[in-house]
Design a protein around this ligand. Structure first.
Ligand code: TEU
Ligand code: CA
Length: 554
């Protein structure tokens, strides 16, 4: 196992649109990010992941890219970007960007050309097919629309879009597409960035012939055909080519976002020689509360399931490396989902518990903006307050079936806009995010939940994160140490050991809102509590609701 900077530092994910607005137009921007870098440095952050900042019509908030080498006008200019990158490096931090190359925007010059006709040189940059029996070329469903195909009357053909119809899938089989993408990646590396988070990168290879999916159809009659578009053999070939052409000889990293990747196949992407990806974002934990019909079909998560998912991944990636996260811009707020957000004392305690659990596992932690102050889900009052295409489309389709009330309930719990409201900096108007009305509403709890208040309170979630990050940053045993779960059958407690040479740690987590019994034997019982979310506790006594203890043994 080799050491690497990206294994040692804690990452912080910035959703630029909602982080900090420097010019009062209600939209976060690059200069806003620059103004908050000292805050991130103070927190102990080692690297930043920026959600897409490229030119985009924002059908899917920047995940529909019109120009890969132009900065979105609302966010600033390439010069602002270069100043941001220099300012990050100056503070000894690193910066990685989002790479969205499964699809582009339909407004990208390649697609504008491609749809001009069958003879256009860019035609094969995308996936065009004739219809079948007067309908779509196959039965695939899209993530955002019923069918994954859009008919284009000009050429009487259909194009594939796994996401919205404004996000046509690129045709990776075409060597010219790969050349274009590799050139673009190399130019970004030449500008000095330190790596990429690769959007749905395991979907780039589609099964030849694009056969019908075999799963049960969704309510609209289409089929989530991941067996034909996720984790295809060709994808590994493309990733190896990308690695050779763009990564070799550079001190850069990549983390792939990989839906449908299981513990069994994850190691195929994470070879010890680093021939494909360095880390991946797995979805198994994010799906823990999804029922048979997907994310909107919400089922309660169970502690034993959470333990087995986390331990399973720790064990499956023993020879490679995990990414660790509770949340991102696609997920609800962790304290609302996995902790307690309806009682102030327990909000604080449970947010600290979740932080302890995740940041001390083996892998690289990714903190999503606002998580460090325990931001909660937002009480949106009606769909007009939503901005996210996924929630809006889901609501529209469900309402058409007469299921609006149920859909709204799911959106409040799981909608992506929960994570996209403005960062809460202080108790002034618009949470100190902007001088004018933000592009999406502010969570009304900002007068109490904000960075300024949290910095001033020694017992805040924020100061706890800072202490926890400092603890991890200063102990190689918490970074590179082994992982082993103990008390596996305990119904409430998640307990694991970390250890390197003679230094051993025991992490004790009460996942529940009820007291949990504990009886440790030697040598555990002789340990010393190094960090806890409650004062004056003993190593070997029952844990109070949501209590977390970090114990050092030897
Ligand atoms: O997400 C990929 C993805 O699988 C999500 O669409 C996920 O299914 C959904 O958000 C869960 O509800 C990535 C980006 O993170 C997301 O923001 C983009 O919308 C998507 O790709 C398309 O680029
Ligand atoms: Ca702005």
């Amino acid at each position: 196992m080799t050491n690497a900077w990206w294994k040692e530092c804690v990452f912080y994910q910035i959703y630029p649109r909602s982080f900090m607005d420097s010019n009062g137009d209600g939209i976060g921007d690059l200069n806003g990010i620059i103004s908050k870098l000292d805050y991130l440095k103070w927190l102990g952050i080692g690297a930043i992941w920026l959600n897409p900042v490229y030119d985009s019509p924002n059908d899917d908030m920047g995940y529909d890219i019109r120009d890969y080498e132009k900065i979105m006008t609302e966010f600033g200019t390439m010069m602002d970007f270069e100043r941001l990158l220099a300012a990050v490096h100056q503070r000894g931090m690193r910066l990685i960007m989002d790479l969205v190359v499964n699809h582009s925007s339909d407004e990208h010059a390649w697609f504008v050309e491609s749809r001009k006709g069958k003879d256009n040189p860019y035609r094969d940059y995308y996936i065009w097919r004739p219809g079948k029996n007067g309908g779509e070329p196959n039965n695939w469903a899209s993530f955002f629309t019923p069918s994954a195909w859009k008919y284009d009357p000009a050429s009487d053909e259909w194009y594939l879009h796994l996401f919205s119809e404004k996000q046509p899938d690129l045709n990776w089989e075409n060597p010219q597409v790969r050349e274009e993408v590799f050139g673009m990646i190399n130019r970004w590396f030449d500008r000095g960035i330190d790596g990429f988070r690769m959007d749905v990168i395991n979907l780039i290879g589609k099964k030849p012939g694009l056969p019908d999916g075999g799963k049960a159809p969704n309510a609209s009659g289409y089929v989530m055909a991941d067996e034909h578009f996720a984790n295809q053999p060709k994808t590994h070939v493309y990733l190896q080519e990308m690695r050779k052409r763009c990564f070799d000889g550079r001190d850069v990293m990549c983390v792939g976002e990989t839906p449908f990747v299981t513990q069994e196949i994850a190691p195929d992407y994470l070879t010890p020689e680093g021939t494909e990806l360095d880390m991946l974002f797995q979805f198994e934990l994010m799906d823990i509360d999804s029922g048979a019909y997907g994310k909107w079909d919400i089922v309660p998560w169970r502690p034993e399931k959470l333990k087995s998912i986390l331990s399973g991944w720790q064990d499956a990636l023993r020879d490679s490396w995990n990414s660790l996260f509770w949340a991102n811009h696609d997920q609800p707020r962790p304290v609302s989902r996995f902790g307690c957000d309806d009682n102030e004392e327990l909000r604080v305690r449970s947010a600290k518990m979740l932080a302890t659990l995740m940041l001390l596992l083996r892998g690289t932690p990714f903190i999503y903006q606002g998580e460090e102050i325990g931001m909660t889900n937002t009480p949106f009052s009606d769909p007009s307050e939503l901005r996210d295409i996924e929630s809006l489309r889901f609501y529209e389709i469900a309402a058409g079936r007469g299921e609006a009330a149920q859909a709204w309930h799911s959106i409040l719990a799981k909608g992506r806009d929960n994570a996209r409201t403005p960062m809460q900096w202080d108790d002034s108007a618009n949470a100190g995010f902007s001088a004018s009305a933000p592009w999406i509403r502010v969570n009304p709890n900002y007068p109490t939940i904000n960075v300024q208040a949290a910095q001033a309170d020694p017992n805040s979630i924020l100061n706890y994160y800072r202490a926890l990050i400092a603890l991890r940053n200063s102990h190689p045993s918490l970074i590179y140490g082994d992982y082993a779960e103990i008390l596996n059958d305990h119904p409430q407690l998640y307990a694991y050991m970390r250890g390197l040479n003679d230094v051993k740690w025991l992490i004790l987590i009460n996942l529940t809102g009820e007291q949990a019994s504990l009886e440790l034997s030697a040598p555990f019982a002789e340990g010393q509590i190094m960090l806890s979310n409650l004062d004056g506790r003993l190593v070997n006594e029952d844990l109070l609701p949501y209590e977390a203890r970090v114990v050092r043994i030897g």
